[in-house]
Structures are given as structure tokens and as C-alpha cells.
Write a protein that binds this ligand. Structure first.
Ligand code: E4P
Length: 222
């Protein structure tokens, strides 16, 4: 499963990229607004750091405007790894079809049901983003739709990637991997949390303490 960061914060992206495990980045209008920086500049900077897919979302809501905005973002950023995020609304379907047929990869966002994902894949989306945490928030098991989408895509050999989004905790990451999601996109805090385990820290501390008991000349290589 690929690991994406769900952020527009350049420091977080640089840091995670330096660990050698970052496959891509997703942004959305809320995340960009939180940083208070120019949208295109931010996406340009992210694309320069991360070679994998970087999602940038349109804010238009009519078909023609979404297509225009998607093309514009691609042209102005000029990086091959940009993926255009289109919301899963009626007007979005033809925008997905048109942009995909031009070779622009589309990530369909705000997916809350498996039939929505089916339609996005049929329209030619490169990714669908089911929002797990927001479904959990309203007492639906968000991960169930990832499981359903996996079955549907496998049944019909859709090449569309399942990008588990709105991930809120480490358990979501584990469940997404078990459900066969192609990607999990997560906030920096969740990525940090899945690195850590208290027993790893306790174990390392003990190894280093015990090592001190070995006379200096017996510590090969140190
Ligand atoms: C996905 O691409 C979205 O940016 C994101 O995962 C939304 O997460 P949230 O529900 O925590 O805002």
C-alpha cells in the first residue's frame, strides 16, 4: 500500500520525504487555506519535493469550469505528477471523462459510497477517495466502503486506485491495508504515530543500557 501525506504543510512534507517512505501527497482547499499561502505556489513546491502523485483540487462546480480549472492547474504548475481532484457530483462525471481522455489523471474526491466509486471509475478516474473518518463520524463504518469498492473494482478489473482518505488514526491505516486499499493518505500526526511503539522505545533503551556494560575494547566497530 502506498503512503501519502494529507497536508499542504511544506515542512511536514519535507520531513516525511526525508524518511524515504512517502509516495505522494493529497491536498484540499481546507488544507491549503490553513497554510495561508498561494495555492499554485504551494502545489509547485510540493511537486518539487515529492516525485509521486500530488493531488490539487478544483473549486469550480460546473462541468466546463472544472475542466477549465483542471487544465489551468496542469498548465500553470507544469509538473507531470499533478493529479486533479474533482468532487463526486453530477457535474464532475463529464469533467473526469474529459480530463482523463486528455491524459490528465483525476482523483475523485468526497466519495461516500461504493456506487459513487463505480461511477467515477467508469468515467475514467485514476483514483477514488473514499472518506473513512467522516463516515465514522456519522456512525457508518467508513472502512466498509473500501472493502466494497475493492470487490467491485476487482470483479470488473477497473484499474482505478482506491485511495483511503479522511484517515484519523493508526487503526484506519491498518484496516485500509487489510481491505486492499492501494493508497492511504494521512495527516502527518498519524504517520508519526504509526512509527512509534512504546515497547520499541523501552527495548532500545535497554539494549543501549546493556551495551554500556560491555568493556569498551570488546565493542566491535564502536
Ligand atoms: C482527502 O484527500 C482529503 O484531503 C482528506 O483526507 C479529508 O480528511 P478529513 O476528513 O480529515 O478532513
Amino acid at each position: 500500500m502506498k503512503i501519502f501525506l494529507d497536508t499542504a504543510n511544506i515542512d511536514e512534507i519535507r520531513e516525511a520525504h526525508s524518511w524515504g517512505i512517502l509516495d505522494g501527497v493529497t491536498t484540499n482547499p481546507s488544507l491549503v487555506a490553513k497554510e495561508g499561502k498561494d495555492f499554485l505556489d504551494v502545489v509547485r513546491q510540493i511537486c518539487a519535493i515529492v516525485p509521486g502523485p500530488v493531488s490539487a483540487e478544483v473549486v469550480a462546480t460546473t462541468t466546463d469550469d472544472m475542466i477549465r480549472e483542471g487544465r489551468e492547474i496542469m498548465r500553470k504548475i507544469g509538473a507531470p505528477n499533478v493529479v486533479i481532484k474533482i468532487p463526486m457530483i453530477r457535474e464532475g462525471l463529464r469533467a473526469i471523462r474529459t480530463l482523463s481522455s486528455e491524459g490528465i489523471r483525476v482523483n475523485t474526491t468526497l466519495i461516500f459510497s461504493s456506487p459513487q466509486a463505480l461511477l467515477a471509475a467508469k468515467a475514467g478516474a485514476a483514483y477514488v477517495s473514499p472518506f473513512i473518518g467522516r463516515l465514522d463520524d456519522i456512525s457508518h463504518v467508513g472502512m466498509d466502503i473500501v472493502r466494497d469498492i475493492r470487490v467491485i473494482f476487482d470483479n470488473y478489473e477497473f484499474k482505478c486506485g482506491i485511495l483511503a482518505a479522511s484517515i484519523r488514526n493508526p487503526l484506519h491505516v491498518v484496516d485500509a491495508a487489510r481491505a486492499g486499499a492501494d493508497v492511504a493518505t494521512m495527516p502527518f500526526g498519524v504517520l508519526e504515530a504509526i512509527i512509534r511503539h512504546p515497547l520499541t522505545d523501552v527495548g532500545l533503551k535497554k539494549f543501549l543500557k546493556d551495551w554500556e556494560k560491555l568493556p569498551q575494547q570488546m565493542r566491535a566497530g564502536s
